[in-house]
Design a protein around this ligand. Sequence first.
Ligand code: CUA
Length: 354
Amino acid sequence: MDTSIRRRIPDPSCSLRTCLFVAVAAAALLGRGARAETPMDYLWTHGPSADPVTRLTWGLTAISLLVIVIIAGLVLFACLHRRPPDAVPEAPGRLPVGPEAGGLPWITIGVGISTLVLFGSTVWTIRALAAVASPERAALAIDVIAHQWWWEVRYPGAAPGEQIVTANEIHIPANEPVHVRLESVDVIHSFWIPKLAGKTDLIPGQINHAWLQAVEPGTYQGICGEFCGPQHAHMMLRVVAEDQAHFDAWRKQQSEQAAPADQTSATQGRTVFLSHCIKCHTIRGTPADHGDGPDLTHLMSRQTIAAGMLPNSTAALAGWVADAQGIKPGARMPTMHLSPEELRTVVAYLQTLH
Ligand code: CUA
């Protein structure tokens, strides 16, 4: 047999493998176990700021699948159904003209059902969009400011000194609606916490609004949802929802100034920091009180650094300070040319910022 022909014969075991792969992939996608391990999964959401749209998504998907099944079934039926002998044209390309065979009511029924379903879908869509547009009340209002490529988070206080500034991590009380005011200082970004809310763009020169409500305590992963430059994929943030008591304790702790460095190495590191880093970073309670970079006053209370790229560990901190450009090329954080001793002491100082 000619080999080129033989190659075209499908291998049954190959089809079986493909089917198995598709089945396993579908099970993994839809399986309950997979949900906990898919922090960016927007098909299973956890709050009233997202749930109406998620239900709409599943509902419209189910309706669409049902329509496909019904139409495919009818087409198959028509293909397999033999025509009555008198309906066969006498010559190719010619159809006999006969009396109306009672098909018109079926067209009316089909159009009627489609119209009802489309009208219902439209009403459902409008109601879902209205439900997620804005909360009836907000227990908390925060500002999120996008930078290339990190997130500044501000909690306005009653007085100027009570304002909290942090980065890449939003703490909220669980089961309370939180209003988020969004702005950007450079290019267009998009605020997206898939399990809690859809995307809202942050546009330079314009204030946009979003809201979040997490029904249960937990950590919810987010990421910039709009291409904003080479490090767009490394612009992550997380929302930590906690019960009211824990949230109040966090807020009180964040409003305090940085504790003075007491160990020798940390004191030396503080000197290194104040001579190299204060043009960009703020540490409240020190002369470092301006700059466009992240506020580091309570750096060690955060789970990650570099907008979610690295864990907040000693090794990662040292690596980031020593070679930020190697880790995140193009970021505003320069590679600091410090001696090994300076690097060790500056990391020791940063680790006092609880
Ligand atoms: Cu910011 Cu993409």
